[in-house]
Design a binder for this molecule. Sequence first.
Ligand code: ATP
Length: 250
Amino acid sequence: MSRLLAERLTVAAGRRRLLEAVSVDLAPGALVGLIGPNGAGKSTLLRCLAGLLRPDSGTVMLDGTALADLPPRERGRRIGYLPQSFHPAWDYTVQEIVELGASRRPGAALKITDLLRDHGLVGLAARRWSQVSGGERARALLAATLVAEPSVLLADEPGASLDIGHRIGLMRRLREWARRSLVVVVLHDIERAVLDCDRLLLLESGRVIRDDSAAAVADSPDLDRVFGVRFERGALAQGADALLMLERRL
Ligand SMILES: Nc1ncnc2c1ncn2[C@@H]1O[C@H](COP(=O)(O)OP(=O)(O)OP(=O)(O)O)[C@@H](O)[C@H]1O
């Protein structure tokens, strides 16, 4: 069981604070979503949690050890980080990208065939990175991250380029993963965040202004204020996966 404990993280760029005294306590068993408007600090926080960005002050502890003290190899084995975009220097095939992911954990290569099948990537395995679509890349990157079975998975907008069917499939997979691993996902899709996450952290201007159950954050007027929109709250019909609005009521 992994636990990530971030205490009073502050990140500055010049005089601007990108994160301001952010504290979060994260553990497996709940899918955690990071939401907030553009520039709120979601990616910055995720990168601090992954140990990719050293905060100006504050600490991130993974199971009681400061991330900064963990050897990079061990950090890479335990933490899976899915970036918003990924541009390999060489034009690898999809299979090679997944193999690179597998190289982080001994024995993981044995699972590649099954994994490519599970993620619907068999037909794309031999295709070069420059020859697959944005959504196909996102699915390959998820597979390349999961193949090493990280105990912490930090994903930055993994569904951004996915169609609705694949996006729902992704969220199901993350929910399943969150049962045994610690999973934090940055989401712009508020409907999916509310429907699929157990806990939501709402960020605004570098601060976590709400950290609560998805239902409580969905009900909060802060959600409307922070995004500058008025959300209609409703329940999905039994058996439905997503909402399609047909007309605007005046
Ligand atoms: N290296 C940097 N130097 C200066 N400012 C930066 C740097 N990186 C990010 N920022 C700024 O920090 C703020 C937070 O950026 P961040 O990428 O964490 O936001 P975000 O919530 O993930 O946004 P988005 O939804 O647009 O992806 C933004 O205003 C951004 O312009």
